[in-house]
Design a binder for this molecule. Sequence first.
Ligand SMILES: *Cc1c(COP(=O)(O)O)cnc(C)c1O
Length: 359
Amino acid sequence: MALEFSERVQRIPVYPAAEGYALGSDIAMLASNESPDVPPPEVIEAIARAASGLNRYPDPTSKELRSALAQRYGVPVGRIAVGNGSTDILLAAGQVLLEPGAEMVYAWPSFSIYPHMAALSGARQLEVQLDKDHRHDLDSMLREISVATRLVIICNPNNPTSTALPLAEIKAFINEVPHHACVIIDEAYCEFNLLNDPDESVELLNTHPNLVLMRTFSKTYGLSGLRVGFALCGSEQLRLALDQVRQPFSCNAAAQAAATEALKHQDEVARRVERTLAGRITLDEGLSELGFSPAESQANFVWFDLGEDADDQEVVRLLKDRGVLVRSGSSLGRAGALRVTVGTEAGNQLFLQKFSEIV
Ligand SMILES: *Cc1c(COP(=O)(O)O)cnc(C)c1O
């Protein structure tokens, strides 16, 4: 007799796991938008110090990390949630806001976790196609919002298409969203966005209690492997609800220590961003020379169409055989496209060289 699974489980889309983690170190890992740089030595020391106390549970309130974040962003500690990556907090937001009969609105293609949030909760998802420049179509999104809408997500810059909208447009949009609906701006890549200063959106929290800014230590800070992210919330009730539905220790001790230390090294963040922006130009120009038209990237990756009848999965396979891992558009919601993370200078060059040999 076979096990019977809940309808919720059957609704969850299957996202192919990133490959390459068992391969050698000479592989260019450009598939998961990670930082190519290892954490700064002070952060590794902080992790080592935390390691010697791992017989104890972590601080369930993540007091040190949340206080450091409160200081950095000028947001009260009570309105800051931390978690096992920002994905943990996104899934919690789905749990506290969604249920059968409720609706969520987001753009598509966008972050692969959003459909999970609807599937897990039994809510209905309204996916609004991006515009021809691969950007959020806020007017169309606004039209999908109704009395049943509990959650609206804007991914800015958007994964997987790399594009961003100016904050002024997002601000005008939020002003139109009814107060019963929560708006999450997923800002995992905000440090790479040249349209606005990453701290500008924080001010919106003072006037919009239904707003949440989702941030992570996985990208710029290079701590993907530890799993730590945070949410800056417009209201304390929402932060309390996010904590209510999760286990008390969703942010582990090493992650708390590392993130607290990492925040102190903003000069290092700035250097990483600078290198990434240079690499982004390298990829953008290289692809343009090969005749492709990448979307206007404001993130640490580029996104482009391979052209008519191109088989993106075959291109991914051929690149993998040549030591370069990238992500197929097919696995991210749009066949015929490719997403390539900005890597080291050598990694970027290797991609361009191998890609030019294939096409
Ligand atoms: C990478 C990413 C995140 C961060 O995920 P973590 O769980 O913090 O590693 C969040 N949102 C988007 C759009 C991302 O691409």
